[in-house]
Design a protein around this ligand. Structure first.
Ligand code: GLN
Length: 385
C-alpha cells in the first residue's frame, strides 16, 4: 500500500487509542484477569438469545424504520413512564440507536455549533470530549470533588457562560460509581431555568443503583426533561454490550434535530435485535432485578478484599469499584495499572485518564460485572499486593 503523502490536519490531535482497548489488549497479552474494560464475563439470558435467533430467522432482515421499530419504541416509552413518570410520544420522541455512544455523539452533532461550550464533569467518560471537539465545540471541565465524587454546584454555576450550549450529565457515573441525588438534579434544573442550555443525560447504568437508593433520571424533573436527551443502553441492562443497541428520548423539537443527523449518520439500527429486545422487555424483572444482582457482586468483591491494603471508595451504582492504593505505592495510576497487568496478572483502569489535567489521586477502577470465580481470583491477587 503506498503511503499518504499529503498533510493531515487532525480534528482530534490529542486522541489515541481508548484506555479500554489498551488495557483489554494488555490483559489478553499477559493472560491477566481482566477487570478493566466494563463488560460482563457471563452470558446474557438464554431467552434473549433465543429471541434474537427467532427474529433473525423471521424474514425481517431489511431496513427497519428510521426511528426504530414501533414495538421497541413503545416498550421503551412504557418503561420510562412506569419508572420515571414522564410520557414520551412514541412517534416523535423516542429513537432506537446503535448504542449509547452513538446516541451521545449524534445529540452533540445535532446541537453543538463551532465555538459552543459544553460543560463536562471530570473524571469524564472518554467519548464526550472528542465528540464535542470533532463538532467544533469547546469542552469546559468541572471536576467532581474527591474522594466522594460529588458535584461542586458553585463551580458549575461559574462555568456557565452565554456560550454554554450543553451540559453532559452521567448518573450513575462512570468511572466514579457516584449516583447523583434528587437534590443534585434540582440544583441543575434551577441553574438552567431560563437558559437555552441542552442536557445530554447519559443514563446507561440507570438500573444499577445500590443500597436502596433510586435512580434520579432527568425524566423525573420537568425543567430538565424539557431540555434533555435521555440516553440509555441495552448493552448494560441485558448483558449484551457487543450488540451495540440503545435508545434516546427527547422532546419533539430536540428529537427532530437529532433525527436529521441520525438519518445520515447511520439511518437505521439493527432490525432483528430490536424485535428481540422489544419482546424481552416485557419481562420487567430483568431490569428491576439488576441492582440487586450487581450489588451482590460488589459486596462479594469487597468482602474478598477485606484485610488488604486497597481502600475501597464508595460504589453507589454502575458495575465499577474504585480502589485507592495510597497505602501500597507512589506510582502513577497509569504505571501501576500496566505493572499490575504484566507482573501480577490483573488488569484495571487508571482513573486519571478521564481528566484533562489529572489530579494525583491514587485510584484504579475495577469492573465487577464478572462471575464470582473471576472476582475471587482477582481479589486473591489484590490481597497479596
Ligand atoms: N463503557 C465501558 C467501560 O467503561 C467500555 C466501553 C468501551 O470500551 N468503549 O469500561
Amino acid at each position: 500500500m503506498p503511503s499518504y503523502s499529503g498533510t493531515i490536519e487532525s480534528k482530534l490531535p490529542r486522541v489515541g487509542t481508548t484506555i479500554f482497548t489498551v488495557m483489554s489488549r494488555l490483559a489478553t497479552e499477559h493472560d491477566a484477569i481482566n477487570l478493566s474494560q466494563g463488560f460482563p464475563d457471563f452470558e446474557c439470558a438464554p431467552e434473549l438469545r433465543a429471541l434474537a435467533t427467532k427474529y433473525f430467522n423471521a424474514g425481517l432482515n431489511q431496513y427497519p424504520p428510521m426511528a426504530g421499530v414501533p414495538v421497541l419504541r413503545e416498550a421503551v416509552a412504557d418503561k420510562v413512564v412506569a419508572l420515571y413518570g414522564r410520557a414520551y410520544d412514541v412517534e416523535h420522541e423516542v429513537t432506537i440507536v446503535p448504542g449509547a455512544t452513538y446516541g451521545i455523539y449524534t445529540a452533540i452533532a445535532a446541537m453543538v455549533h463551532p465555538g459552543d461550550e459544553v460543560i463536562l464533569f471530570e473524571p469524564a467518560y472518554d467519548s464526550y470530549a472528542p465528540g464535542v471537539e470533532v463538532n467544533g465545540g469547546k469542552p469546559v471541565y468541572v471536576q467532581l470533588t474527591y474522594p466522594d465524587y460529588a458535584i461542586p454546584w458553585q463551580a458549575v454555576q461559574q462555568a456557565i457562560t452565554p456560550r454554554t450550549r450543553m451540559i453532559i450529565l452521567n448518573t450513575p457515573n462512570n468511572p466514579t460509581a457516584s449516583v447523583f441525588s434528587a437534590e443534585d438534579l434540582r440544583m441543575l434544573e434551577g441553574l438552567l431555568a431560563g437558559t437555552d442550555i441542552i442536557v445530554v443525560a447519559d443514563e446507561v447504568y440507570e438500573h444499577i443503583v445500590f443500597d436502596g437508593h433510586r435512580h434520579e433520571s432527568v425524566a423525573r424533573f420537568p425543567g430538565l426533561a424539557e431540555r434533555s436527551f435521555l440516553i440509555s443502553s441495552f448493552g448494560k441492562t441485558y448483558h449484551v454490550t457487543g450488540w451495540k443497541m440503545g435508545y434516546v428520548c427527547a422532546p419533539r423539537e430536540l428529537m427532530a434535530e437529532f433525527r436529521k443527523v441520525h438519518q445520515f449518520n447511520v439511518f437505521v439500527t439493527n432490525g432483528p435485535l430490536q424485535y428481540a429486545l422489544a419482546e424481552h422487555m416485557k419481562d420487567r424483572d430483568a431490569y428491576l432485578g439488576l441492582a440487586a444482582f450487581y450489588q451482590k457482586k460488589r459486596d462479594f468483591f469487597l468482602a474478598q478484599l477485606e484485610g488488604s491494603r486497597w481502600k475501597p471508595l464508595t460504589s453507589r451504582g454502575t458495575f465499577f469499584q474504585n480502589l485507592c492504593y495510597d497505602a501500597i505505592s507512589d506510582e502513577r495510576d497509569t504505571d501501576l495499572a500496566v505493572r499490575l497487568t504484566r507482573e501480577h496478572g490483573i488488569a484495571s483502569i487508571p482513573v486519571s485518564v478521564f481528566y484533562r489535567e489529572p489530579p494525583r489521586h491514587k485510584v484504579l477502577r475495577f469492573c465487577f460485572a464478572k462471575s464470582e470465580a473471576t472476582l475471587a481470583r482477582g481479589a486473591g491477587i489484590l490481597r497479596r499486593i
